[in-house]
Design a protein around this ligand. Structure first.
Ligand SMILES: *[C@@H]1O[C@H](CO)[C@@H](O)[C@H](O)[C@H]1NC(C)=O
Ligand SMILES: *[C@@H]1O[C@H](CO)[C@@H](O)[C@H](O)[C@H]1NC(C)=O
Ligand SMILES: *[C@@H]1O[C@H](CO)[C@@H](O)[C@H](O)[C@H]1NC(C)=O
Ligand SMILES: *[C@@H]1O[C@H](CO)[C@@H](O)[C@H](O)[C@H]1NC(C)=O
Ligand SMILES: *[C@@H]1O[C@H](CO)[C@@H](O)[C@H](O)[C@H]1NC(C)=O
Ligand SMILES: *[C@@H]1O[C@H](CO)[C@@H](O)[C@H](O)[C@H]1NC(C)=O
Ligand SMILES: *[C@@H]1O[C@H](CO)[C@@H](O)[C@H](O)[C@H]1NC(C)=O
Ligand SMILES: *[C@@H]1O[C@H](CO)[C@@H](O)[C@H](O)[C@H]1NC(C)=O
Ligand SMILES: *[C@@H]1O[C@H](CO)[C@@H](O)[C@H](O)[C@H]1NC(C)=O
Length: 418
């Protein structure tokens, strides 16, 4: 009944819910004229310039294929060769998934709403006092990306997943119903994430946690992504964090020329990593990036996040010529430079080099980059940031909505020269 009430009040985008419910969350209940998953459990969608595969586990992107400047097809996202492998992998680095119901870290696995304190399941940084963890990362030990979403619809160029997250799951208050739609068109991957609090006031913050290597992990000169060029034109500030990457509440300036300056000009990821300032930049004993930059656009006047040229992040690789421009309505952006990879995660059969002793078929430290469109991390523990309307959602109120367009292009300047 509750569901029907929210259906009636929340509008047309909830209509596929009936089919989501009846399929029981197994991922088999899609309503589509297309044939469904391939033999690896992948649901494919296509457009000019791109094809992509998705799996119900975490509503994750499993493959993203594009031709590089030489015309060679590259699979530019990390993952596994089949859907089953994702569910069996113990390391669970949130590959290509939608972390939820609250992405990134929650301090002390605790937050307060209207004077009531909620303790949720911890899952990171275990200590003697807190053996299960000192904080919660990406929604907890059974966050959304440990669960199979339901395929609600699937066509040649689009797929929609849904999940019903019950009241009390991982300690969060109230039920949340979410829809994740991925669409391809004209060298562009669009996504729209919608979530509705149906029964109680609750925090919601989602993201897309995709690991990129624009060379398809097949660069024959370097197996890292340190030569990728990165640009955050609106990000002169970032969220200050402590040794375990928990926000302190302080907003920090990324002074021009400093390690975290990607706003004043595009810069290769590796450019500043040998500077002393880079040590500890991603937490205790960690050299690299795992930071949340603010996206400051309002002061330049009203803007349309879709307007051409208004990308909030740009990633390019000169080697493949592949460029990715990220457009989004979100006001923060996380970049993680795969500091924690250590050569144990295998590449997919669609990636990497074969018979090259220098570059084994695994992902090394700094071998990839995670790009996450999101809101200000752990804002639920920083009322002084005044972001409650972006992060706390109520039954009958506005839904949580995240929109993004990932626009690809190819630098073909020297395509014919080899
Ligand atoms: C699916 O989309 C691709 C790329 O746009 C197109 O080439 C193909 O014909 C489409 N297939 C169907 C069955 O519509
Ligand atoms: C799925 O992929 C994993 C890892 O590559 C492999 O070990 C396993 O045999 C594959 N399973 C199937 C059913 O293909
Ligand atoms: C999720 O789906 C995969 C197949 O894609 C299956 O192997 C796995 O058991 C399912 N996991 C859960 C928790 O339902
Ligand atoms: C951290 O959470 C625990 C319960 O999970 C609580 O007892 C403790 O007071 C909290 N600490 C702080 C500093 O909020
Ligand atoms: C490296 O890869 C590029 C692009 O595929 C190719 O043109 C070049 O010949 C390769 N170099 C070597 C030494 O294999
Ligand atoms: C990577 O970029 C650095 C300059 O930042 C350059 O010295 C180095 O040769 C480049 N390496 C490759 C393999 O392109
Ligand atoms: C710091 O990290 C290095 C490798 O990344 C490791 O060998 C070393 O033990 C670490 N030091 C501490 C104090 O944890
Ligand atoms: C395009 O490729 C040319 C030649 O390799 C290079 O000089 C230029 O910087 C590249 N442009 C971009 C945007 O990557
Ligand atoms: C590499 O990372 C994996 C996953 O985080 C971890 O299980 C493994 O122990 C690490 N191996 C080494 C040699 O550090």
């Amino acid at each position: 009944m509750r569901l029907n009430t929210s259906l009636a009040s929340l509008g047309a985008f909830l209509l596929p819910l009936a089919s989501a419910q009846s399929s029981g969350g197994t991922g088999g209940g899609y309503v589509s004229s297309s044939p469904g998953p391939d033999e690896n459990g992948f649901y494919w969608i296509y457009s000019e310039g791109l094809s992509a595969a998705f799996i119900p586990y975490g509503a994750s992107v499993a493959k993203l294929l594009i031709h590089d400047k030489y015309g060679i097809e590259r699979d530019v996202v990390a993952g596994f060769d089949n859907a089953t492998a994702y569910t069996l992998d113990k390391a669970h680095p949130h590959l290509g998934s939608v972390p939820g119901r609250y992405a990134n870290r929650i301090k002390n696995s605790t937050f307060e709403i209207d004077g009531e304190t909620f303790h949720i399941e911890p899952n990171e940084n275990p200590t003697r006092e807190a053996p299960d963890g000192a904080d919660t990362l990406h929604g907890g030990p059974n966050g959304w990306d440990f669960r199979n979403f339901t395929v609600v619809s699937h066509s040649n160029d689009s797929i929609t997943f849904s999940i019903v997250d019950p009241d009390g799951e991982q300690g969060f208050p109230g039920e949340v119903i979410s829809y994740v739609t991925y669409t391809l068109h004209d060298f562009t991957w669009d996504f729209k994430l919608v979530a509705i609090a149906t029964t109680k006031k609750t925090p919601i913050m989602l993201s897309s946690h995709t690991y990129w290597n624009l060379d398809g992990f097949a660069n024959n000169e370097t197996n890292t992504a340190l030569n990728h060029t990165f640009y955050l034109p609106y990000s002169g500030q970032r969220v200050g964090v402590d040794d375990i990457l928990i926000p302190t509440g302080d907003i920090i300036a990324n002074k021009k020329g400093s390690v975290n300056d990607f706003w004043s000009a595009p810069k290769q990821i590796g450019t500043d990593l040998s500077k002393p300032e880079a040590e500890g930049n991603c937490g205790f004993n960690c050299t690299g990036y795992d930071n949340c930059w603010l996206v400051n656009r309002n002061q330049q006047g009203p803007y349309d996040w879709r307007a051409e040229g208004g990308f909030v992040a740009r990633l390019q690789s000169e080697w493949s010529g592949i460029q990715l421009d990220v457009y989004t309505d979100q006001e923060a952006f996380q970049m993680y430079s795969c500091n924690g990879q250590n050569g144990t995660m295998p590449l997919k059969s669609s990636q990497g080099l074969f018979d090259n002793e220098d570059f084994p078929r695994t992902i090394p430290k700094y071998g990839c980059l995670v790009l996450e469109v999101e809101d200000w991390i752990d804002a639920i523990n920083h009322p002084e940031w005044q972001r409650e309307s972006k992060q706390i959602f109520s039954p009958g109120g506005d839904p949580y909505v995240l929109q993004a367009s990932y626009v690809f292009s190819i630098n073909s300047t020297d395509a014919s020269s080899s």
